[in-house]
Design a protein around this ligand. Sequence first.
Ligand code: AHG
Ligand code: MN
Ligand code: MN
Length: 280
Amino acid sequence: MNEIFKSIEKIAIKISNALKYTELGYTDHKNQTGDVQLKLDVLSDKIIEEEFKKIDSIKAIISEEKDDIQDINLDGKYIVAYDPLDGSSLVDVNFAVGSIFGIYEHELKPKNLVASAYAIYGPRLELVICIDKPQLYRFAENKEFKFIKDLKLAEKGKLNSTGASQWGWSQKHREFVKKLFDEKYRLRYSGAMVADLHQILLKGGGIFSYPATTDAPKAKLRVVFEVLPFAYIYEKAGGKTTDGNSNSLFEIEIKEVHQTTPCFFGSSYEIETLKKIYKD
Ligand code: AHG
Ligand code: MN
Ligand code: MN
């Protein structure tokens, strides 16, 4: 596992450099979820694949930008699922973006997720790595990642980060969002889940939602690459997760590697409030 984390450090440095100097623009390909790939999505995917190919313990890799699982070492133990560049459509406006990694043991099942990590490319380069608890590392002047602190969520926070087009929200979701704003929550939503979830984690709490909409009942975010890796980190930070009805995003069944789900990650108070409103 340690060698996978070391490799994620190398990947983060390489992608961070690529983001600074590579030309922007789209390719003429769509990925499995129908997004037109940016040149940077494809390049980041390649950087990650090249690094992971060097690691014996990795059995296979699967990414948001690949159609299928790719075998690496048949004797390996881990399947690493990743979103190479999350929020990539925001690179042109120079917002923070990230890479997300979920490390599954033997099989792509929620309960087999044994570690996750993400890199955030903002004014600074940071990494959050999580086996038993999420730990924040920052890239320092000596070109090494320095441990900063363990991350914990408070029981209740102040930030409300809610995605998807409002015209398609359910009445219940509208009611929930209004309730939080009436309780003086502040709106925070950049359009890159890495940046939005990182902000909530660092500021101690709140909620990030990506609900179902009338046109997308299964919402947008991808279970294997985005949702479960962050659910793992949030639950290990003392927070909670749900798809609106479940007691945890880990109750989901993976039927297809690119499947999506409505998802909510947050402090305990906000998730319990949401579940109550969704149930009524
Ligand atoms: P990606 O760039 O990997 O396709 O992911 C973008 C995701 C996620 O980061 C973000 O929270 C969400 O899409 C934003 O979607 P909306 O613009 O619909 O809110
Ligand atoms: Mn993404
Ligand atoms: Mn992506």
